[in-house]
Design a protein around this ligand. Structure first.
Ligand code: FMN
Length: 191
């Protein structure tokens, strides 16, 4: 069982990062092989809508996204984590998701989809300073669309409102425990 965590926050050791680590820790306890990607540390170009875009499941831009595609394809479980920025996902998250347009095209236009090899399980983790449920719902719609594109079932979510300062999540043991239990549960039962 390979579980991939993707952190879309620029803040290392920030709230998203801590929550994701907790989930991965819980999964490891149940025997999962885990890995974390920090998007902000990668060189990823925004989608260029290339005129010579291939009809197959790959992107012609040769940057760190190539490794991200391989890891997402390999994973059985994906924990995708992003803070709320301006009522939506972070820019790092959106740039990565847009680069899955090659998969979307291959899947829906050309029925030639490299991610159909297996069903993955997906979990979305998000944190925001305010108490705006509509911001989480907005981000969730984008993540659901992304998960559907990569043949991933949107299984669970963890939304943590009211957390702003760096590592402020440490003052919320309930959120940390929920992330840990979620990692354990998904890794052991897939539910
Ligand atoms: C550029 C930017 C935009 C933000 N926009 C929102 C917002 O729209 N709503 C909100 O509740 N919090 C917003 N925040 C606050 C973050 O969601 C909050 O600080 C969160 O805990 C950051 O998580 P992190 O430590 O994982 O980066 C914003 C923060 C930044 C830096």
């Amino acid at each position: 069982m390979y579980m991939l965590g993707i952190n879309a926050s620029p803040r290392i050791g920030g709230n998203t990062d801590i929550l994701l680590d907790k989930a991965l820790e819980g999964a490891r306890l149940k025997g999962a092989d885990t890995e974390k990607i920090i998007l902000n540390q990668l060189k990823i170009s925004p989608c260029q809508e290339c005129p010579d875009m291939p009809n197959e499941s790959y992107c012609v831009i040769d940057d760190d996204m190539q490794a991200v595609y391989a890891k997402v394809k390999k994973c059985d479980i994906l924990f995708f984590a992003s803070p709320i920025f301006f009522g939506s996902l972070s820019a790092q998250a959106k740039i990565m998701i847009d680069r899955f347009q090659c998969i979307w095209r291959a899947k829906y236009l050309f029925k030639n989809d490299a991610f159909m090899d297996k069903k993955r399980i997906g979990v979305f983790i998000s944190v925001e300073a305010s108490e705006r449920r509509d911001f989480f719902d907005n981000a969730k719609e984008i993540v659901k669309n992304f998960f559907a594109t990569i043949n991933t079932v949107y299984k669970k979510e963890l939304f943590c409102p009211g957390v702003d300062e760096k590592a402020g999540i440490l003052k919320h043991p309930d959120y940390l425990n929920t992330a840990f239990e979620l990692g354990k549960k998904i890794a052991s039962k897939g539910v």
